[in-house]
Unconditional design. Structure first.
Length: 244
């Protein structure tokens, strides 16, 4: 249902400026024909990208941080002469994203490390004492979703809050499997709330097609739609399946 309604709502609420793209395929084909076969530099780039992705995928086994793998990939691109340092300096939008996104990540980490996020979460936990299990679960899921406004990393939020919120849901008597699934689903559905909610968001935002106000407005509206679909309709469906 999300795959059906969310794209439709985005199209209605924030329609694209160009409605007819019938000529795009022909233009792309013509440009590819002009470019000809892959050059040696492009082949080297493909090899480096595959190596970086392999390094990220296998990080649980070799223990090398993803940051180091990414920097090694950038170094390999420079050493292989795929790009020059001048080319990198010319990517102003990428540098812009790096400069403003990095402090957001650090601010979110510091909020978590200093206990601010945990204090806010615990205050919610304390107010739910004696609530019906499903009402408590709804409050926990909603809090877990919107606390992502304070995070610039999905991984950081999951690491810091998922165990605590799941424990609180189980303590309130909520169905274990349903609680675990809902919190897991909203660990991903929260990514679109802000233009810094996940690592790829600043890249899309810096393209300049969607302003910050429009992004936040659409992100909030779509979050409500996801709550209705995943918690409202989803919980009824899981009830029919006997999951709770």
């Amino acid at each position: 249902m999300t795959l059906i309604f969310v794209p439709y709502l985005i199209l209605r609420l924030h329609p694209p400026e160009i409605g007819d793209t019938s000529g795009a395929r022909g233009l792309a084909s013509e440009q590819l024909r002009r470019m000809g076969p892959m050059s040696g530099r492009e082949l080297r780039l493909v090899v480096i990208l595959l190596a970086v992705m392999l390094g990220w995928i296998t990080s649980p086994w070799h223990g090398i941080s993803n940051t180091f793998v990414a920097l090694a990939g950038v170094s390999a691109i420079l050493l292989a002469r795929v790009l020059t340092w001048e080319d990198l300096l010319g990517e102003t939008k990428a540098w812009d994203a790096l400069i403003w996104f990095a402090p957001l990540v650090m601010m979110a980490d510091n909020l978590n490390d200093s206990g601010v996020i945990r204090i806010l979460s615990n205050s919610v936990f304390g107010r739910m004492h004696g609530w019906p299990p499903m009402a408590a679960l709804f409050a926990l899921v909603a809090t877990y979703l919107y606390v992502h406004y304070g995070f610039a990393s999905m991984t950081a939020q999951v690491t810091a809050l998922y165990p605590a919120f799941l424990t609180a849901a189980l303590a309130a008597g909520a169905p274990p499997l349903t609680s675990a699934l809902l919190l897991a689903f909203f660990s991903n559905l929260n990514a679109g709330l802000t233009h810094y909610g996940t690592g790829s968001a600043p890249v899309f935002f810096n393209a300049g097609y969607v302003g910050q106000a429009a992004w936040w407005k659409l992100g909030f509206i779509l979050s409500l739609v996801n709550v209705v679909i995943w918690f409202g309709i989803g919980s009824v469906w899981w009830r029919m399946l006997g999951l709770w």
